[in-house]
Design a protein around this ligand. Structure first.
Ligand code: PGA
Length: 249
């Protein structure tokens, strides 16, 4: 069975003191349900976040990383740097990285491989643009992103892969895919994985939905059978909203 996961992607928000305050409150109020809880603060606050959450069930993720182990790449962060401070999860291929920072499918394959080589868990983001959906091409676009980024992997690596389906038109826009739209795409993703890797593997992959998830819509989206949790942006910045979303699972 796939694990339930609620992950907060803080993007370029929260200073060090704000990070500490949020995490202290989250640890104190964390619901005792079975969901895995992940927060992804900005790079400069990762070390403090891992120290603060050390004795809790909260995992800390990076929002990106470079594919090389080390080298002359000014401004970049490597997998060994992350794992050395206890960060063993990384979000890769977020649409904002693809859109604003030139992240390509080729880059992403290298990043995925590096992360897995370092035993990191990868939250791999895929999702169509509004124009793709309007042309009824969304299933194809998502399938290609999935195949391009992950289908070179050997079966054994899928234990460390989490998929986040995030329709680009729903990210930060207040617009959410309906629970039915989320379910049909998640079912499609699982089917595509099953075709290449078998049903047994596919049912164990956690597929998260992302795009304007908030306390008021989380329970309905999470109630769909192929939705195994969420990747939350805006609503993950306020601790009570984030907890309400964790409770919704
Ligand atoms: P949002 O962001 O919840 O603010 O729409 C989701 C994401 O970008 O992961």
């Amino acid at each position: 069975m796939s694990k339930k996961i609620v992950a907060g992607n803080w993007k370029m928000h929260k200073t060090a003191p704000q990070t500490a305050k949020f995490l202290e409150e989250l640890i104190e109020k964390l619901p005792a349900n079975q969901a895995e809880v992940i927060v992804a603060p900005t790079f400069v606050n990762l070390a403090e976040a891992t120290a603060l959450t050390k004795n809790s069930k909260i995992l800390v993720a990076a929002q990106n990383m470079h594919q090389a182990e080390a080298g002359a790449y000014t401004g970049e962060i490597s997998a060994p740097m992350l794992t050395a401070i206890g960060v063993n999860t990384v979000i890769l291929g977020h649409s904002e990285r693809r859109q604003y920072f030139g992240e390509t499918d080729g880059n992403l394959v290298a990043k995925v491989d590096t992360a897995l080589r370092h035993d990191m868990k990868v939250i791999f983001c895929i999702g169509e643009q509004l124009a793709d959906r309007n042309k009824n091409n969304h299933f194809n676009v998502v399938e290609y992103q999935l195949r391009d980024g992950l289908f070179h992997l050997d079966k054994k690596f899928w234990n460390n892969i989490v998929i986040a389906y995030e329709p680009v038109w729903a990210i930060g826009t207040g617009e959410t895919a309906s629970p039915e739209q989320a379910q049909e795409m998640h079912a499609h993703i699982r089917e595509v994985i099953a075709k290449s890797y078998g049903k047994d593997l596919a049912i164990n992959v956690s597929i998260l939905y992302g795009g304007s998830v908030k306390p008021s819509n989380a329970a309905e989206i999470f109630s769909k059978p192929d939705v195994n949790g969420g990747l939350i942006g805006g609503a993950a910045l306020e601790v009570n909203d984030f907890i309400a979303i964790i409770n919704a699972i």
